[in-house]
Design a protein around this ligand. Structure first.
Ligand code: PMP
Length: 435
């Protein structure tokens, strides 16, 4: 299999040279927080399989939900037809997301959830007669996906610079987590003031700018951003693709500020990380602007083949039921408090700096010299060394550059936290000793 993997398969975010030297890890089974390799070894999935897995792999209730739905119906198109799983999930999402978001539009992944939000916002302003409102503000260090629209509002040059000629133009503002809240809000207000007639919306990752380096900021920013968006009549688009469904300790990160965005983008944990599905929710005002009197064609021009897939929706419903039945957020409160406290112990290590975290997410930076704030030479590829050493110690770690982070499944226990921390400690010490 590995031979054929090399021969036929193109994996994302993989440097081909690494692949020449080392095969991908072949996984045969996944259960709870564990992945089982074809090499006979067991690995702890500290990143929830790209931040999607919520209840651990192979949860019995999720398995049953998918099997039962498969018995009834696999997939039907979602235009002109509808079905119970999509309706029930939509109702639950409207009930569970911040109050004021009333309509659910399904698509297939996080990037398209963001594309949908951008297009809805743009069309809304068109309907209102604001024909010039077609620009968006995004934050430095933000990541909203890999489709061209999502890349256009992406703030990580390393990922996006190469595609610049293909992108639409947008305004970048400083990040509250990187440049400080006041500087960020000042720059955002300045952009809104100067370009009000052009700007449709601002898109942000609430509280954790994840793929851009696990930059974390406070809830005050969200409250004040909401106020600015109200003043300048600009949509606030909250991309909760990564932060949604309990990761931060609350169901949605926006709840920390008691704030309702105009549009919210959900995916990853929406189906507990088992099926591809996403949802973009909007306010009634945005939805009603698409009302079509047949004199003007206001339809929302967007729709994917697999939109509202019944299996995925059935899993989404069961996942939300598990949250309620198992008081999962209560478990997260307890385990995350413990995890954040234990994680702080890394501060004692010589090459560890900038420890931060929220809920089941925690991150630290590896540095060559803490006092002088000197980073490792990028050619040393510290993050890649950590990934490799992690495997040796039975851990799946996927550092972003020199940032090591956890994005733990919500079902993680305190004992598992202890094991993960002990093993990571050993990984860091071994790797930094050699760098
Ligand atoms: N938005 C955020 C905040 C994300 O973290 C991601 C994925 N890492 C995306 C959008 C894109 O999601 P997907 O990979 O499912 O397209």
């Amino acid at each position: 299999l590995l031979h054929k993997d090399r021969q036929y398969v193109w994996h994302p975010f993989t440097q081909m040279k690494d692949y020449e030297n080392q095969d991908h890890l072949l996984i045969e089974k996944a259960e709870g927080i564990h992945l089982y390799g074809a090499d006979g070894r067991t690995y702890m999935d500290t990143v929830s399989s790209w931040w999607v897995n919520v209840h651990g792999h192979g949860h019995p209730r999720i398995k049953q939900a998918i099997q039962e739905q498969m018995e009834r119906m696999d997939h039907v198109m979602f235009s002109g037809l509808t079905h119970e799983p999509a309706i029930v999930l939509a109702e639950k999402l409207v009930e569970r997301t911040p109050e004021g978001l009333t309509r659910v539009f399904y698509s297939d992944n996080g990037s398209t959830a963001v594309e949908v939000a951008l297009k809805m916002s743009y069309q809304y302003w068109q309907h209102q007669g604001h024909k010039t409102k077609h620009k968006f503000i995004y934050l430095q260090g933000s990541y909203h996906g890999d489709t061209l629209g999502a890349v256009s509002v992406g703030g990580v040059d390393l990922y996006h610079a190469i595609f610049k000629p293909l992108l639409f133009s947008a305004y970048q503002a400083p990040s509250p987590a990187i440049s400080g809240m006041e500087q960020s809000l000042e720059a955002i207000e300045d952009l809104m003031k100067r370009h009000q007639s052009e700007i449709a919306g601002i898109v942000i990752e609430p509280l954790i700018q994840a793929a851009g380096g696990m930059h974390i900021y406070g809830a005050d920013f969200l409250t004040r951003l909401r106020a600015l968006c109200n003043t300048y009549e600009i949509h606030l688009i909250a991309d909760e693709v990564a932060t949604g469904f309990g990761r931060t300790g609350k169901m949605f990160a926006c709840e920390y500020a008691g704030m309702t965005p105009d549009l919210i983008c959900l995916s990853k944990g929406l189906t507990a990380g088992v099926m591809p599905l996403s949802a973009t929710l909007c306010t009634e005002e945005i939805y009603q602007s698409f009302y079509d009197d047949y004199e003007t064609l206001k339809t929302f021009f967007h729709g994917h083949s697999f939109t509202g897939n019944p299996l995925a929706c059935a899993v989404g419903i069961e996942s939300l039921n598990i949250f309620e039945d198992d008081n999962l957020l209560g478990h997260v409160q307890e385990v995350s408090a413990y995890m954040q406290q234990q994680f702080r112990r890394f501060a004692d290590l010589e090459h560890v700096d900038h420890i931060r975290g929220l809920g089941m997410v925690a991150a630290l930076n590896l540095v060559k010299d803490k006092d002088r704030q000197e980073a490792y030479d990028p050619v040393k590829r510290a993050g890649y060394q950590i990934y490799k050493q992690g495997l040796e110690e039975g851990l799946i770690l996927r550092p972003l550059g020199d940032t090591i982070y956890y994005w733990l499944p919500l079902c993680t226990t305190k004992e598992q936290v202890d094991t993960i921390i002990a093993r990571t400690s050993s990984v860091i010490e071994k790797v930094t000793a050699k760098l």
